[in-house]
Design a protein around this ligand. Structure first.
Ligand code: HEM
Length: 420
């Protein structure tokens, strides 16, 4: 597993302000591998994310070590720091006080062109998705795959979630269409060799999605999208977004494996059978959110300003890229109690929803429109595993009293499941 080192942040010059003489901003060179996120390029070039991309498609490791960011903050008294990389410059927000503006001010442009379709179809504002019943039925039908081998790792989790994702997005007929997932993966990963191959792959994927959409049940995401126009583009986004679920599922179960009392309480909650009860799962949801606080799938959030903005006394022109290192703020021991320990109870307080330091799904207008669906699916999958099984041992071994590691590569997680 590749870890992030302090050396990744390599100050070029100190004391020279971003707008000349300010004395607080500091240009910082990224290590060659630490380019600005894919997202920035998406926003800057198109004003929206590219087709079939979800922020979780970008590397899931924080770009800078927490120690390096803390050192910057100490040096600059919390003022934003301008960082420069091969893909451009960005203003790094290190003061938790600045996060509210980052998330809520309309001067930032988080919304992609398809945002309103996402909001409608994913029922972003509804406490429970209107298709919760059939979605949980798809989870229940596929979940036995997770436990069938008595052990669980990323390949199996991905395979199962991809089947569920295709059922939810395109309908049951698509459950086994691994070729479609592979086509979309090749397109997203840029693995296709030339423009002609890309066109062929793209046409094939689009034709396949159209075919499913034509016969999809009304509760599916493409079924719900039909009245808003062509569902092909958004369907690619939704299928890509499902990739956030397997890693989150594994990390949550790994954490529960290291906390037996919490695991037993979660299993007891999972015992409930009715759809409504299964949709709620407050305890398991808190565990999933805590796992995302500790190990967010999107460690850095990005906005590009549309108007001139002022941050702690310094003005920045429209078009400035703002970067909120969410992974750093969520585990910042100066502002978050027990920052490096698994404490799911912290999510019980209703105010936790609006705590700007915690942004595993973002906040405000740019918040993930699939956050509720993502939580529904991940907690339901945890429940399916825990209903009949217990995480008996796991790799890597975590210290239950912490401090937990800063990153947790899902590829290295292996859970051994025993019968309950
Ligand atoms: C554990 C699950 C998930 C996590 C942690 C997650 C996290 C995120 C984050 C952090 C963002 C960016 C927010 C920002 O910039 O402030 C985002 C955006 C987005 N997410 Fe998710 N997500 C998850 C699941 C899903 C699911 C299941 C869907 C849909 C099926 C989805 C659809 C989207 C879309 C469409 C966007 C882009 C919205 C836009 O362009 O404005 N996400 N997600």
């Amino acid at each position: 597993m590749r870890t992030v080192h302090e050396a990744a942040l390599d100050p070029l010059r100190s004391g020279s302000g971003a707008r000349g003489g300010g004395g607080r901003a500091e240009a910082v060179r990224f290590a060659a591998t630490h380019t600005l996120p894919v997202l920035v390029r998406g926003f800057v070039s198109g004003g929206a994310r590219g087709q079939g991309t979800h922020p979780c498609a970008a590397p899931a490791r924080p770009r800078w070590s927490a120690a390096a960011l803390r050192a910057l903050r100490e040096r600059h008294g919390s003022a934003p720091v301008q960082v420069r990389g091969p893909a451009g410059t960005a203003l790094l927000l290190l003061d938790p006080q600045d996060l509210r503006r980052f998330h809520t001010e309309p001067s930032g442009e988080p919304r992609g062109a398809r945002r309103w379709i996402h909001d409608e179809v994913l029922a972003a504002e509804a406490p429970v998705h209107p298709s919760c019943g059939p979605f949980l039925a798809a989870v229940a039908a596929e979940a036995p795959l997770l436990t069938a081998a008595g052990s669980l790792e990323l390949t199996r989790a991905r395979h199962t979630v991809a089947r569920i994702g295709r059922r939810i997005v395109l309908g049951d007929a698509a459950a086994g269409d691994e070729e479609l997932t592979s086509l979309l993966g090749q397109l997203r990963g840029g693995r296709a060799r030339n423009a002609r191959t890309v066109r062929t792959l793209h046409d094939k994927a689009v034709a396949r999605i159209r075919q499913y959409a034509a016969q999809a049940a009304p509760h599916t995401l493409v079924g719900r999208a039909a009245r808003h126009g062509d569902p092909v583009g958004p369907a690619q986004d939704w299928l890509a977004a499902m990739d956030a679920v397997p890693a989150t599922l594994l990390r949550t179960l790994l954490l529960l494996g290291a906390h037996p009392a919490e695991q037993d309480a979660a299993a007891a909650e999972a015992g409930g059978g009715a759809c409504d009860a299964r949709a709620e799962l407050p305890r398991l949801r808190a565990c999933v959110r805590e796992s995302l606080r500790l190990f967010p799938v999107v460690p850095d959030l990005v906005r590009v300003t549309r108007t001139e903005t002022e941050w702690q006394g310094e003005r920045h022109p429209p078009g400035t890229t703002l970067l909120a290192p969410a992974a750093f703020h969520q585990r910042d021991p100066e502002h978050v109690p027990a920052a490096h320990v698994f404490v799911p109870g912290r999510w019980k307080a209703p105010a936790s929803d609006h705590d700007m330091r915690m942004a595993p799904f973002g906040h405000g207008a740019g918040r993930c429109p699939g956050s509720r669906l993502g939580l529904l699916l991940t907690s339901a999958l945890c429940a399916e595993v825990l209903r009949g099984h217990r995480v008996e041992s796991a790799r890597p071994v975590l210290n239950p009293t912490g401090p937990l590691p800063m990153t947790l590569d899902p590829q290295g997680i292996r859970l051994l499941l025993g019968h309950r």
